[in-house]
Design a protein around this ligand. Sequence first.
Ligand code: ADE
Length: 230
Amino acid sequence: MKIAIMGAMREEIDPILEVVGSHTRTEHAGNTFYECRYGNHELVIAYSKIGKVFSAITASVMCERFGAEVLLFSGVAGAISKDLKIGDLLMASALCQHDVDITAFGHPFGFIPEGSVMVESDVQLRSLAAEVAVDMGIDLFEGIIATGDQFVASAERKAWIEATFHADALEMEGGSVACVCQNFGIPFFILRAISDSADGDAGIDFDTFLASSAQVSAKFILEMVQRLGR
Ligand code: ADE
């Protein structure tokens, strides 16, 4: 199976590249794509750069040019739910775009005509992840992830996103990647380890915990890869 593994930042895919060993590099559309064989699978790995636009480009290229049959996203997120602490793992059940606003035309926040506010992730990949979590002895959370082109470091904005979308965590790429995969008909899975609480301390916490939380997420994703298609 051809599996795409993507992150937004170098720190999110470096732990994966270290484990998979030797790989080829292809430059395309402003990104570097790393390919290798890992177990029974072909992998294409890349980080997109931050935000919805760059992540949509990378996910599209992975589907269209590299023939990804499934896409796994590994990275970090800001917590909204009080149950989530730094280092905890959350898989997205569904994703939305918290910064989409055409409410002036009577639509709900996050809605784009001919689309939907929420895009659901693949149910089978989620149940595989639940099995992996049990075997690894990890408490894996599941919930809604809200995406937007904003680093949220404000209790007010966070409260608004929670109230509007019932989101458990927020980040800057999952919603756009979900949209791309839905349109290409590719099953996808978005995993995030918590790096901060999206409040006044978010910037400092993010810098402190980016690498360690990214590592937690990457390790889990690699375990999923090994079990895919078994
Ligand atoms: N990714 C990790 N933490 C974040 C935050 N506070 N806002 C947006 N994206 C994030």
